[in-house]
Write a protein that binds this ligand. Structure first.
Ligand code: HEM
Ligand code: HEM
Length: 185
């Protein structure tokens, strides 16, 4: 029985991982652009636009995941680790959704709205409300730290399976041609 994720699951996992990490870097870069200069608006709108495209991929992934069962974890894995894996994966999905959602909602409670790729102006559908904007903006900021911390834990767990446990968990997210056999499996 093949215990790997499918090609679709792997493609979506790695594509979204790369795009999300780049989007983080983009978000931090925004902090270096002083407020009030025209370049800031240009880059903030690029960040909003790429974030909305990533959100479409994340929703596609979630829909796909809800209709496809992942490969079962090996029975040898302690029960608490199976539960921890399921809980952390669920939380990763929640935070992956919360990130773009909070950014998008916040943008609609400011007069700026979203200028999609600086080409199409999407007028805000909400009132210009500083309090609501700040609420969503803070959610965006806090969930970015939570997501980053959880991704670091996720990567540490994946690497522990590869280098310490020498089990098949790490390989499950890689195509068969990437052989990690030299590491014991
Ligand atoms: C932004 C970065 C990342 C996010 C958001 C993320 C998210 C996820 C999610 C949600 C799953 C569960 C898949 C499912 O059952 O639906 C998963 C599985 C997995 N991820 Fe990541 N991931 C990221 C980066 C990485 C990196 C850098 C590695 C490797 C170093 C990695 C290794 C794995 C492995 C091995 C699995 C399979 C775990 C299992 O067999 O249960 N991920 N990832
Ligand atoms: C898809 C995933 C996204 C990630 C990972 C992400 C990440 C980030 C990060 C790390 C920051 C910097 C936070 C800080 O240190 O202050 C940021 C700022 C920002 N993001 Fe996102 N973002 C995403 C999507 C979006 C979307 C879809 C929108 C709006 C449509 C958006 C709007 C903003 C705005 C306006 C800021 C600047 C806030 C400020 O400086 O006051 N983001 N983002």
């Amino acid at each position: 029985m093949d215990q790997r994720y499918t090609r679709t699951a792997m493609t979506l996992h790695w594509l979204i991982a790369i795009l999300l990490l780049s989007q983080f870097a983009f978000g931090w870069y925004l902090n270096d652009i002083p407020r009030g200069v025209p370049a800031r608006g240009y880059f903030v709108n690029l960040h909003k636009s790429s974030g909305m495209l990533i959100a479409v991929l994340i929703v596609m992934r979630l829909v796909w995941r809800l209709s496809h069962k992942p490969p079962p974890l090996p029975d040898t894995l302690p029960r608490w680790q199976q539960r921890a894996a399921a809980a952390s994966h669920n939380l990763l999905y929640v935070l992956m959704l919360l990130m773009p959602l909070s950014g998008y909602l916040g943008s609609n409670f400011s007069k700026h709205g979203v200028n999609f790729f600086n080409l199409v102006k999407l007028a805000p559908w909400g009132p210009d409300n500083k309090l609501v904007y700040t609420l969503f903006n803070q959610t965006h900021l806090i969930s970015s730290w939570l997501l980053l911390a959880l991704v670091m834990l996720h990567v540490a767990a994946a690497l522990k399976h590869l280098f310490v446990d020498h089990d098949t968990i790490f390989s499950r997210m890689w195509p068969r041609r990437f052989s990690f056999r030299f590491l014991g499996h």
